[in-house]
Design a binder for this molecule. Structure first.
Ligand SMILES: Nc1ncnc2c1ncn2[C@@H]1O[C@H](COP(=O)(O)OP(=O)(O)OP(=O)(O)O)[C@@H](O)[C@H]1O
Length: 590
């Protein structure tokens, strides 16, 4: 990750409101909608006449000083009627929006985030709604409940819910795999909070755009329904005005033109607002798409006693992925490892050897449908291998922390660094806003960030990769964890920053006495930091030894192969890539 320019480092991203105002489409359409809304809200005060108030003797008058837009067939003032009608038309559209958004957004969020049976049930119901012939339903409702604007618009809202559902479901399905969502979960935040703060923030752009589209459609549909006579004839709306005007279309075309103009203006303004919103929100808080392992609870394993006082003791860990043909592919096969307090245990091996899967099993965030098929993961006396989320709740983010591989992807682009550091401190440690801020400043200072105050105010795209990794380390150690799991914490960084981050981890380990599980493919990093090393290949640990011994006298042929690849004056290099997942006999050492 290269550092952005200084300008980019200090540039503050304007808020959504400011960006909207800078977009001509969004600003212009918002202005038109605001004026219309203001005029209809103030109708009782600014309209010279009440709704349909008039004298039959004044019927069909042309525009004049007393009737600015003329009068209708019963002498009602058209200008006043337009304003009064707008109240009902806009309220009806708001009702449709409320019903559609509450149903569609809630169902889309829950189905996209939790999946499972709710997703199946929700998609079935949504499919059913899409299959319903809307007009028949509205006609049936009119027959059953009589002419009612509110009933019609509620039904239109229910029928419009799928529009929200699909947009939100698709966005949540994409964002739920983002590392920053995993990171939020690993830091101990609850699902409702992650949905509210991180998922909703990432999908709000599509929701805004959809809202503008549904609002415009609701106004149009409502006018159309009333125009064909499905509305309440006692209520003045733009649709009923169209219906009245149609009766005198040829003799008095203006009776139709004025309400048509209002309906068209509002619909077009909503559509343009949607386009402006799309231009404004896209690329701002849009999630980066990168498929990565996803969290899920883990099942099955035997309970055992605490082993030799180790902080973390893994025995015979097996992880499998069910296949469509009913078999289970095991990607980790019988891993044993122990980590004492204050010890850095390196887990090395080629890409795909199962290092990250092992780390995720300890964290209880294996991606679906992966699960632990055997073995035990004992953390400070608590068995985690078949643990429920309740068991993890007091551990993840508090006693077991995680530093991920790609710093940028693990920070939520929609929130400032300060918010992302302070939120877990407030939620998990019960700190006040001021205390969390002070602690966040201390942490940023501790991890070597030169301008903690400024950094707190920045968004992830305004800091460099090295700073982002420091921020994530600060977040991980914020709650003074007993065990830190760092997955390739320096891979995404350039060499100088790598060295600094390793120094930082070494210092923090010494200060806090944390046990550290360091997942890496880089033997240089292992040599620099680890007390003990386990070498993984094809889902198995082929050699495990104190670091000094492993480097001096490697026992296994594969370890020697790895070491041979890094004996280079240039420094550490990637280990060789043997065939992944090829089973290696444990006794293959020469
Ligand atoms: N979601 C998944 N579904 C099925 N198999 C998976 C999934 N995630 C990982 N695997 C498989 O598990 C094996 C181990 O993957 P893992 O990510 O633990 O490797 P790793 O040693 O951490 O590699 P790297 O250094 O490249 O991250 C690989 O063969 C991989 O294909």
């Amino acid at each position: 990750m290269t550092a952005p320019s200084a300008a980019a480092e200090t540039a503050a991203r304007p808020g959504l409101g400011t960006r909207l105002l800078r977009n001509p489409l969004a600003a212009g359409s918002s202005l038109v909608l605001a004026l219309v809304a203001l005029a209809v809200v103030l109708a009782p005060w600014i309209a010279p006449f009440g709704p349909n108030e008039g004298d039959i003797a004044d019927a069909h008058q042309s525009a004049s000083g007393s009737h600015w837009l003329g009068t209708n067939a019963i002498g009602g003032d058209i200008y006043s009627n337009l304003l009064h009608a707008g109240r009902y038309s806009l309220t009806g559209a708001a009702l449709t929006l409320a019903v559609a958004s509450v149903l569609g957004i809630t169902a889309g969020l829950l189905a996209g985030y939790f999946r499972g049976w709710f997703e199946n049930a929700a998609t079935a119901v949504i499919g059913l709604l899409l299959a319903l012939p809307g007009m028949i339903v509205l006609l049936a409702a009119r027959a059953a409940f009589g002419p009612s604007l509110w009933t019609s618009m509620t039904i239109v809202g229910i029928l419009a819910a799928p529009a929200y559902f699909w947009v939100v479901h698709a966005s949540v399905s994409a964002v739920r795999r983002e590392p920053y969502i995993d990171a939020a979960r690993v830091s101990g935040l609850s699902d409702p909070r992650i949905i509210r703060r991180h998922v909703l923030a990432a999908v709000r752009g599509p929701i805004f755009i959809q809202t503008a589209a549904v609002a415009g459609a609701a106004i149009g549909v409502q006018a159309g329904l009333e125009f064909i006579g499905l509305g309440d004839p006692n209520m003045v709306t733009w649709g009923t005005m169209l219906n009245d005007g149609f009766k005198d279309l040829y003799a008095h075309p203006m009776l139709m033109i004025w309400p048509s103009l209002m309906v068209s203006t509002v619909c077009v303004a909503f559509t343009l607002l949607g386009i402006g919103l799309r231009d404004t929100t896209e690329g701002a808080a849009a999630p980066r798409t990168r498929r990565r392992k996803r969290p899920t609870p883990s099942p099955t394993a035997a309970r055992t006693a605490d082993r030799d006082g180790a902080l973390l003791s893994v025995r015979g860990l097996r992880i499998g992925y069910p296949q469509p043909d009913g078999t289970v592919t095991e990607v980790v096969r019988g891993v044993d490892l122990d980590i004492a307090r204050g010890q850095v245990h390196g887990l090395v091996g080629e890409s795909g050897s199962g290092k990250t899967q092992t780390a995720f099993a300890v964290l209880g965030v294996l991606p679906e449908p992966g699960h632990i098929t055997g073995g035990s993961v004992l953390f400070d006396g608590t068995e985690l291998a078949d643990a429920h989320e309740r068991t993890y709740a007091p551990l993840r983010g508090l006693r077991i922390a995680y530093v991920p591989q790609e710093p940028m992807s693990n920070l939520d682009p929609a929130f400032t660094i300060g918010y992302q550091l302070a939120e877990p401190l407030r939620r998990r440690m019960g700190m006040s806003r001021a205390q969390a801020r002070t602690r966040a400043l201390e942490l940023l200072d501790r991890v070597g960030i030169a301008d903690p105050e400024g950094t707190l105010r920045r968004y992830p795209h305004e800091i460099s990769g090295g700073m982002a990794q420091r921020v994530l380390i600060a977040a991980a150690v914020a709650c003074d964890p007993d065990l830190l799991i760092a997955d390739e914490p320096t891979t995404a960084l350039d060499v100088t920053v790598q060295a600094e981050v390793l120094d930082l981890l070494r210092d923090l380990r010494a200060e806090r006495g944390m046990g550290v599980l360091l997942v890496t493919h880089n033997l240089g990093v292992v040599a620099d930091l680890c007390d003990h090393v386990s070498v993984m290949r094809a889902g198995e640990i082929v050699e495990s030894a104190p670091a000094a011994r492993l480097f001096d006298a490697p026992q296994h042929a594969y370890t020697r192969e790895l070491l041979a690849a890094v004996v280079d004056d240039e420094g550490p290099a990637r280990p060789p890539l043997s065939t992944p997942n090829e089973p290696v006999p444990r006794e293959a050492a020469e």
